[in-house]
Ligand binder design. Structure first.
Ligand SMILES: *Cc1c(COP(=O)(O)O)cnc(C)c1O
Length: 341
């Protein structure tokens, strides 16, 4: 397959239209067979459920080229099952998990010319999503839905290596107890836009959200889960029913325990103990781990000993091991890497 002639090292993190997308429609209580199509635009009624009441959920994963030249994705079965959970919470029909995984493979194969070459640092970002498409004016779930997957090549998240970022404790809340913080829904992002624009205007890279019930515990950022490292090299991640269960974070905790022999803990993390940690990182598909150098809480600064120049040593080991597994240098746990072509 001839690759597109793109400047892989400099494509940035923007939408670029690719050749094919996958579409399946849900009507009269069932999903149709699904197909790859060329049209990147969607025509829907002005009263479509998604436009009026935001009935939409999504996923995000990447396809990339390993050192041996294979195109692979990382744990797509977990994206499939998470989308089932998201759909159920918003009263949407479930797109079958096996069909989700097959459709991801199909759309990546159809856009193989856009999968960046090994070593470029770039990847093909895959965006599955589903939304209510028929007219809905009285508040209720839609009857008809569309499931789609498009792909877009994205550049390396950090050009020239990951520099630690500075985050601030947000005065806004991300998720309510018994709300929708644990599902991957556009609605959680719509309401976070004001908070992130505010944080950027104040000179911060990201927000640290606290639990909205007590505002004493660390939750996550707008789109990534936290890991912390203690003085005695324990890897700690917040446990909460209102954070989105990041696949990257779950994989990192596994790698910490089973590949690096570190102690791991998933538990309540009080903001008061953040100052005692020696490293901090943000976990998500886009960057794998973004190191955090500083947390600012209304002018009061917490500076991690790992500093503002590079990742802390444990964070670096976790990053190297997980990306090594993803790129095929390190043997992966059973089922983590799905070879597509
Ligand atoms: C997608 C997402 C993450 C990261 O999850 P990954 O599966 O690791 O990409 C973290 N937090 C929120 C709120 C998210 O939407």
């Amino acid at each position: 397959m001839e690759k597109k002639n793109l400047d892989w090292e400099n494509i940035g993190f923007n939408y670029m239209q690719t050749d094919k997308r996958y579409v399946s429609n849900y009507k009269d209580g069932k999903w149709d067979d699904g197909a790859l199509i060329d049209d990147a635009n969607i025509v829907m009624n002005e009263c479509a459920g998604v436009l009026q009441y935001a009935q939409t959920v999504f996923e995000g994963l990447k396809a990339y080229t390993t050192e041996s030249g294979k195109i692979v994705t990382f744990r797509p079965d977990l994206n499939a099952s998470r989308m089932v959970d998201s759909a159920r919470r918003l009263e949407m029909p479930v797109f079958p998990e096996d069909r989700f995984v097959d459709a991801v493979a199909e759309v990546v194969r159809a856009n193989a010319a856009y999968v960046p070459p090994y070593g470029s640092g770039a990847t093909l970002y895959i965006r599955p999503y589903m939304f209510g498409i028929n007219p809905v004016i009285g508040v209720k779930p839609a009857d008809e839905y569309q499931f789609r997957i498009f792909t877009t090549p994205v550049g390396p998240y950090f050009k020239g290596g990951a520099k630690p970022i500075t985050i601030c404790v947000s005065d806004f809340d991300r998720a309510a107890p018994h709300g929708t913080g644990h599902i991957k829904a556009g609605l959680n992002y719509a309401m976070s836009l004001h908070a992130i624009v505010t944080a950027h205007a104040d000179g911060f890279d990201e927000n640290m959200y606290l639990d909205s019930a007590t505002r004493t515990k660390v939750e996550e950022t707008g789109g990534a889960n936290f890991i912390f490292v203690t003085k005695d090299n324990k890897v700690v991640t917040p446990h909460s029913s209102t954070i989105l269960p990041s696949i990257t974070r779950r994989s990192i905790m596994y790698v910490a325990e089973h590949y690096l022999g570190l102690e791991v803990e998933e538990r309540d993390v009080y903001f008061d103990e953040v100052k005692d940690f020696v490293e901090c990182g943000l976990c998500g598909t886009a960057a794998v781990i973004s190191p955090v150098g500083k947390v600012v809480n209304h002018g009061e600064e917490i500076c991690f000993p790992s500093g503002m120049e590079k990742m802390g040593p444990i964070t670096q080991k976790l990053y190297d091991t997980l990306t090594g597994i993803q790129m095929g240098h390190i043997e992966a746990p059973e089922g983590w890497i799905k070879v597509i072509g």
